[in-house]
Design a protein around this ligand. Structure first.
Ligand code: NI
Length: 184
């Protein structure tokens, strides 16, 4: 079933705060279908014609809980100058992270969040993630830095029911973060 902006759970729905569970491997047909729907959404969302046709809001990632399924699955598609980075991960977890922080200068957004929440979202500048890659059909270890690391951490937060604005300093949303990598 095609995921559209209408089928995405918004943050006024408490289900978004549900903790996601591990997924059984090998993948069931149902889980594989959902993963396929998730990556299709993210891939198509940045194509202006498809986005218009199917009512997609541009995104770089989605987690299964955002379509109401509390399972540890995420899809990420990042277009860089030279290449496109795609991750379709099952049961991913962070096995190590840098002490140094990074944040997006413009703040973060989320398909489930309609209102604007301004402020810096501190993340680890570098992470190592392990999990099952549903595109490669094998266990993988990913070393990510900068923007890719931030996007992965944002999606992994959804497994805990955490939203990006939970991490913004309430008193001083734009408080400088010492020694942080700032990403434009
Ligand atoms: Ni999100």
């Amino acid at each position: 079933m095609r995921i559209t902006l209408d089928t995405i759970v918004k943050d006024n729905d408490p289900i978004l705060r549900t903790k996601s569970e591990d997924v059984a491997l090998p993948l069931s047909l149902e889980d594989r279908q959902l993963l396929n729907d998730m990556i299709t959404y993210v891939r198509d969302s940045t194509d202006p014609e498809l986005a218009e046709l199917y009512n997609l809001r541009p995104a770089v990632g989605i987690a299964a809980i955002q379509v109401g399924v509390p399972k540890k699955m995420l899809a990420v598609v990042i277009h860089e100058e030279e290449e496109t980075i795609e991750h379709l991960l099952v049961n991913p977890r962070i096995v190590s992270n840098s002490a140094q922080y990074a944040y997006l200068k413009m703040g973060e957004g989320c398909l489930s969040v309609v209102d604007e929440h301004q402020g810096y979202v501190p993340r680890a500048a570098r992470i190592t993630v392990e999990g099952f890659d549903a595109l490669k059909n094998k266990m993988v270890r990913i070393r990510a830095r900068g923007y890719e690391a931030i996007v992965l951490q944002h999606e992994l937060d959804h497994f805990k029911g955490t939203l990006f604005y939970d991490r913004i300093n309430k008193e001083e949303p734009f408080k400088e973060i010492e020694d942080a990598l700032i990403i434009d």
